[in-house]
Design a protein around this ligand. Structure first.
Ligand SMILES: *[C@@H]1O[C@H](CO)[C@@H](O)[C@H](O)[C@H]1NC(C)=O
Ligand SMILES: *[C@@H]1O[C@H](CO)[C@@H](O)[C@H](O)[C@H]1NC(C)=O
Ligand SMILES: *[C@@H]1O[C@H](CO)[C@@H](O)[C@H](O)[C@H]1NC(C)=O
Length: 932
């Protein structure tokens, strides 16, 4: 019985003596278990003929294939057509582009053209089109062009957006170590986020299982574009050959596989265990895999030596084969792991079982232990992190915005990732932008979302850089990709333009080059010195008089009208601001303040063309209510929800005051202060009736410092939501009752204050349908009560659908700057450029709706100054700098019932947005200038 051995053309006969020298040489080259050449070439020996099994040849082929390392075929670079090419796609010439290729360590920039055809980049530089016809031409007019953005860590398609209970497919709870699971099995092809993320330039994502398990399963790399087949499988980029039962050529190098690992809090918490239990689960799983691998290797060594007697079948186990492949170095292990203790455990594990980790993800403490990371088996893992999202649990408490820079300084690979939908991967480039602002060089910042993740996921032979012969995944940007608010003008995936009718916002000329990052040398040194907890408290200037020199612009808020306006601007940055005891005594040109420069008692600060502007206000997060949102014992805690459970009689009828639970000196509040957010409005915990919000100073040390509590009671807060376990109709009925005087005690009186127009009612509502019902209710109550109710909507993701009605009703809204369809009631977002001309904020402002900007997480408070600038940049000129400052200052104060307007001023050194650094807060209340 003859069997063909694939393309080797070798025949192995059970009954006939043959000498397979070619097979021998191939196997010899490929097989790692040592055996003697002489033995091999002499094989089969005289007694072979009775014992060689019928499938011997298949076994030998299988054994030899075990040691092949993953990678593309040798001739991959000479391909003329992509395996993902869609027939009928026309060639495209992107003319006159500024091309960041990713080559030369990310320092190469080519001015020229890019020709894409057959799903590939055919030519970069000067393109000769003579052999082409019917070419689409996109005139980039000098615009920046980059490779498609690559996300090393995403749950796109498995974590559903909008989130639905029936579609939470990220985590299996069937065990701690489940290397046999595949994220592909939960990959929904209809998720709202594909289109949104593509519109931010994202072209490829590594879709990982979640972190509830130590070994959560296998991950899969996808390209985000819609496919003709419309299947999950069709989205995959280079899936493992055996995935769908297709015949596998055993002599072809395998493709990279991906696997999720997680250590620390998540797996420990989900299984009510400890770190010790999780780590043991890892060792147990790896031991199972090791034993199986050794059995296989022994088996193959014997088979190759011709010792077939009693060998039986090749040892295999469908559940453990993927983990055995990890030990064979054929899987990219993507390891969620935050703290030094956990990184240490994993490094030990890699050395005990001899496998390598592709990347540590989240890894908020990696920058504190670079030498530990270098001890991992094989090679140092890359570190895949967030830019500024931190402190949400203990594991993230020591996270630093300077981590990317510090890791790079230590020679480690830095990747910025989204963990989508934890961060919206549409804005993954924003993570790279922030990393750059905080010290990561331009080349590495761009690489951190393109070439580096492509390499770490084993796809750098085709994506992540712009090279002839690579996949045609290309983004044409409206500004330098590291400039704040950079948005694609067009995105190509496999050579197919993804944006049908892209809208662009005109960006300032200055946005066409990479921002100049401020100097953070001291902060970087302190992050390491204080192990992630550097002191953040402001230091009052020792002098009563502070002179700010080289001021570029001054924005002030009129205390009476609250209007923010630009009162001074100088292109040559020759402005002067003199402050005495926390108040401006003189400002303008040097000529206007003659005495200022000569004051010998003054502290002089050079703002290098920077600005003086109003202190910002924050609303929307639990700022001032918690140190670590994930740790109940570090915060004020929840309020009772009267619609869900009986309120204990002792507080029934009480309006809860956030002021009573305020926590000062949280790191997020102090970081907010350092970044110009000097006051915040916080409501008690979320519930149908939350209670009364309070206004506090983010820089105050404790509640008894004068001015720490700016205003004890600001507004009354309620929430109406489709996501509540109680119906919306019930919620609105209850609200109607409260507004019509049916509430009792203190709470009843507070609703009376709302009806009398004394304090605003802030309703957290996302859905346009709920918002419409609230507008009807407002009219209904006003018709009975007489006075106009001051109603503010918070959340309000779908408010743009009722912009006209809200404008007419005089109802203001507080929205997040970057909308995302997290839940069903938020799904009708107005995404803004490049998908729609108007952003939600611009659309609301166009109807004279008073708009404030909210943040979602305490750790995002520090980025408010970026949020407001971004709102201006995507408004196509509709919102000037004074108007956007108002979004997070005077508008919020108006909408939230803040009577004592924040009078602090923020001194920023350097240019706009990412080029500036807040260096001082001018505080009239504390009669000082606070320095950092
Ligand atoms: C490329 O674009 C720049 C910027 O719009 C323009 O000044 C230049 O003339 C263009 N060059 C060519 C060759 O079209
Ligand atoms: C299986 O996947 C390969 C690509 O890896 C593809 O070429 C083949 O058509 C697929 N087969 C089936 C039956 O879907
Ligand atoms: C907004 O207000 C301005 C000034 O009061 C007014 O001229 C304009 O018509 C208003 N726009 C809308 C859409 O109501």
């Amino acid at each position: 019985m003859d069997k063909e051995a694939g393309h080797l053309g070798v025949k192995v006969h059970a009954k006939r003596r043959v000498k397979p020298p070619q097979l021998a040489l191939v196997l010899l080259a490929a097989f790692s278990v040592s055996y003697s050449l002489t033995n091999y070439l002499l094989w089969p020996k005289s007694s072979y003929s009775e014992t060689i099994p019928i499938h011997a040849q298949a076994v030998l082929v299988h054994c030899s294939a075990l040691s092949l390392t993953p990678g593309p075929p040798d001739n991959f670079r000479s391909r003329t057509k992509s395996d993902r090419f869609v027939e009928g796609t026309k060639p495209t010439l992107i003319r006159n582009a500024t091309i960041w290729t990713g080559l030369e360590n990310g320092k190469e920039v080519i001015r020229g053209d890019i020709l894409i055809d057959k799903g590939l980049i055919k030519k970069i530089g000067t393109v000769d089109l003579r052999s082409y016809h019917d070419v689409e031409v996109l005139d980039a007019a000098g615009a920046w062009v980059s490779p498609g953005i690559v996300d090393l860590h995403s749950h796109l398609g498995v974590d559903s957006s909008p989130a639905l209970n029936g579609a939470a497919d990220t985590n299996s709870l069937k065990g701690l170590t489940l290397p046999w699971l595949r994220s592909l099995d939960g990959l929904n092809t209809h998720d709202d986020a594909y289109r949104l993320s593509i519109s931010g330039g994202l072209t490829t994502a590594n879709v990982l299982p979640g972190s509830a398990d130590a070994i959560g399963g296998q991950a899969f790399v996808i390209k985000l574009r819609p496919t003709a087949e419309r299947s999950s499988s069709a989205m995959l980029l280079e899936p493992p050959f055996s995935l769908n039962g297709t015949h596998v050529d055993p002599f072809q190098r395998p493709r990279w596989r991906q696997m999720k690992h997680a250590c620390g809090e998540n797996p420990s918490r989900v299984y009510s265990g400890t770190r010790m239990d999780t780590q043991w689960a890892f060792r147990q799983a790896y031991n199972t895999a090791r034993i199986l691998k050794e059995k296989q290797d022994t088996y193959c060594a014997k088979a190759l030596a011709g010792q077939w007697n009693g060998l039986g079948d090749f040892p295999e186990d469908l559940q453990w084969e993927a983990l055995v492949d990890v030990l064979r170095g054929r899987v990219k292990v993507q390891n969620h792991c935050y703290e030094a203790v956990d990184l240490d455990g994993m490094v030990r594990l890699t050395n005990e079982f001899k496998f390598s980790i592709a990347a540590f993800h989240h890894a908020h403490e990696a920058y504190l232990v670079p030498d530990l990371i270098k001890k991992a088996y094989g090679h140092p893992p890359a570190v895949a992190i967030f830019a500024t999202s931190a402190r949400f649990k203990r594991e993230a408490y020591r996270g630093s915005e300077f981590a990317p820079r510090i890791l790079a300084d230590n020679g480690l690979d830095v990747v910025m990732k989204s963990d989508h939908p934890v961060l919206n991967s549409r804005h993954l480039i924003y993570e790279a932008q922030q990393a750059h602002h905080f010290g990561l060089p331009v080349n590495l910042a761009l690489a951190s979302v393109t070439s580096t993740p492509a390499r770490i996921m084993g796809q750098d032979h085709r994506i992540g850089r712009l090279i002839e012969g690579f996949d045609a995944d290309v983004v044409v940007w409206d500004s330098h990709p590291l400039a704040l608010g950079a948005a694609p003008k067009q995105v190509f995936i496999d050579g197919i333009a993804q944006l049908d009718k892209p809208y662009t916002s005109v960006k300032p000329k200055s946005a066409q080059h990479a921002p100049t990052a401020p100097n953070f040398d001291k902060e970087i040194a302190d992050a390491i010195k204080y192990e992630g907890l550097p002191p953040l408290e402001p230091q009052p200037a020792k002098s009563d008089v502070v002179v700010f020199k080289n001021v570029g612009t001054i924005f002030l808020k009129n205390p009476a009208t609250r209007r923010v306006s630009e009162v001074f601007t100088s292109a040559s940055a020759e402005g002067v601001v003199v402050v005495e005891k926390g108040r401006i005594v003189c400002s303008g040109t040097q000529a206007a303040c003659p005495a200022a420069l000569s004051r010998s008692d003054a502290l002089h600060l050079d703002l290098e063309g920077g600005s003086i502007s109003p202190g910002l206000v924050s609303y929307g997060s639990d700022l001032g209510r918690t140190h670590i949102p994930g740790e109940a014992s570090t915060g004020d805690g929840p309020v009772f929800d009267a619609l869900r459970s009986p309120v204990p009689p002792i507080i029934d009828g009480t309006a809860i005051k956030a002021a009573d639970g305020l926590l000062f000196g949280t790191r997020d509040a102090l970081l907010g202060y350092r970044n110009g957010v000097t006051s915040a409005v916080t409501a008690p915990g979320s519930a149908f009736v939350s209670g009364l919000s309070t206004v506090f100073s983010t820089g105050a040390a404790h509640k008894l410092v004068p001015g720490a509590v700016v205003q004890e009671i600001a507004a009354l807060h309620v929430a109406v939501s489709l996501s509540s376990r109680i119906g919306v109709s019930t919620q609105i009925s209850a609200l109607r009752g409260l507004l019509l005087g049916e509430g009792k005690g203190d709470l009843g009186r507070r609703f009376g204050d709302v009806v009398a127009g004394k304090i605003p009612l802030v309703v957290h509502a996302e859905s346009a349908d709920i918002i419409a019902s609230l507008l009807v209710l407002k009219k209904e109550v006003e018709a009975l009560g007489g006075a106009p109710i001051s109603l503010t909507l918070a959340g309000a993701t779908e408010a743009h659908l009722l912009a006209k009605e809200l404008g007419e009703a005089g109802v203001g809204v507080i929205v997040q700057q970057r909308p995302f369809p997290s839940t069903w009631e938020e799904r009708r977002i107005l995404p803004g450029p490049p998908l729609t001309q108007a952003s939600a904020i611009a659309a609301l402002v166009a109807h004279n709706v008073t708009v404030g900007i909210a943040v979602g997480q305490p750790s995002s408070v520090r980025n408010t100054r970026f949020d407001v600038a971004w709102a201006g940049l995507e408004s196509n000129g509709a919102l000037g700098k004074a108007e956007v400052l108002a979004l997070a200052s005077s508008n919020l104060e108006t909408l939230l019932g803040v009577k004592n307007s924040n009078a602090d001023l923020v001194a920023t050194r350097g240019g706009d947005d990412f080029e500036g650094k807040v260096v001082a807060i001018i505080s009239p209340l504390s009669e000082s200038v606070n320095l950092f």
